[in-house]
Write a protein that binds this ligand. Structure first.
Ligand code: KG4
Ligand code: ZN
Length: 333
């Protein structure tokens, strides 16, 4: 079963060819970050224009790299949401055109389900499982009792983890998106500021990162006003420790309570070195026999391979060209 999948929900134009939901034949990702950097964030109109310019080239490249023809494909898959509406529409319309031209089934995929199913490209999912989804727009603990069943048992009440990284990154002057840069700096400093670990001891699985973000920003501004210079690496390390402590502690607690067979990490912030190491160590120490899957760095950020992996599940549900499909910018799991 060969699926050509397309992802254009934010600022990466991506196409992939996936075999049987778990094998990557190609996964081409074109990032637009350089075009958005000078604005300090993703500009939706610019994102749409880039997707229009690149989508056909990226699809051709994915097909060529996989050595397949359109006649070899069994289905097309595309991210229908959540994301930027103009960006999503480019992928949805490209997918519809190919489905119509080659009379192929069109499978719509939820972007967050895609991030979760990136793990299926690494190892088979075992249920029940617990997924920690951490991206630029989402921070959620998701309990899955079987394929396609998503129960959100906890989520952020304000900022997403990635969003908090990007906002504090701006304050200490690293380029957008700040997450990766802060992570690199965090490896060079020490946790000297002891920022708050919000909601860590509360009896729920929700998160909050806006208090931490404000504490960080206030610390930097107060120092600026006094003409003091704070150690940037220590700031980054202190911030990262505060984020990772809360994410790891709540994930481990939920995994125990829900007695899961597997823990998986998903989303752009899954690339974070502190989170990867912290979760590995805590799971090994506190949840002896529970396997932890962490996607390779290439599958943490937005990519079409994860969309093809998630689509494979729904292959029986969508058997026609589905030309009524529309973008769903506010789609939930
Ligand atoms: O999943 P993703 O590519 O896009 C969304 O669906 O949101 O996640 C992007 C987010 C950005 O906020 C980025 O700063 C963050 O992931 N990110 C990181 C790291 N790499 C990417 N955050 C912390 N540490 C990293 N190494
Ligand atoms: Zn994403």
């Amino acid at each position: 079963m060969l699926i050509l999948s397309i992802e254009t929900s934010c600022d990466e134009t991506s196409a992939a060819v996936i075999e049987n939901g778990d094998t990557i034949l190609s996964n081409v990702v074109a990032s637009q970050i350089n075009s958005h950097k000078r604005f300090g964030g993703v500009v939706p109109e610019i994102a749409s224009r880039h997707h229009v310019e690149y989508i056909t080239l990226i699809i051709e490249e994915a097909m060529e790299e996989a050595y397949v023809q359109f006649s070899d494909l069994d289905a097309i898959a595309v991210t229908e949401g959540p994301g930027l509406v103009g960006a999503l529409l480019i992928g949805v319309n490209a997918a519809k055109a190919i489905a119509f031209a080659h009379n192929l089934p069109l499978i719509p995929v939820n972007h967050i389900a895609g991030h979760i199913y990136a793990n299926q490209l690494e190892a088979p999912l075992e249920f029940p499982l617990l997924a920690l989804v951490v991206s630029g727009g989402h921070t959620e603990l998701v309990y899955m009792k079987e394929h396609g069943s998503f129960e959100i048992i906890g989520e952020t009440r304000d900022d997403a983890a990635g969003e908090a990284y990007d906002k504090i990154g701006r304050v200490i002057g690293v380029p957008y998106p700040g997450g990766k840069h802060i992570d690199e700096m965090a490896q060079l400093g020490e946790d000297t500021f002891n920022f708050p670990r919000a909601m860590i001891d509360e009896d729920n699985y929700d998160f909050s990162f806006s208090g931490l973000k404000s504490a960080f920003i206030n610390k930097v501004h107060n120092a600026d006003q006094k003409g003091e210079e704070l150690n940037r690496e220590d700031l980054a390390t202190s911030f990262q420790h505060a984020v990772v402590d809360v994410l790891v502690s709540k994930t481990v607690r939920a995994a125990k309570e829900y007695d899961v067979k597997q823990i998986i990490l998903a989303g752009g912030v899954a690339a974070n070195s502190g989170l990867r190491a912290g979760l590995k160590a805590a799971v090994a120490e506190e949840l002896n026999d529970v396997p932890l899957i962490i996607p390779p760095l290439s599958l943490c950020g937005d990519n079409a391979a994860m969309i093809g992996a998630a689509a494979f599940l729904d292959k029986e549900k969508y058997t026609d060209t589905n030309l009524a499909l529309n973008a769903q910018p506010g789609l939930t799991l």
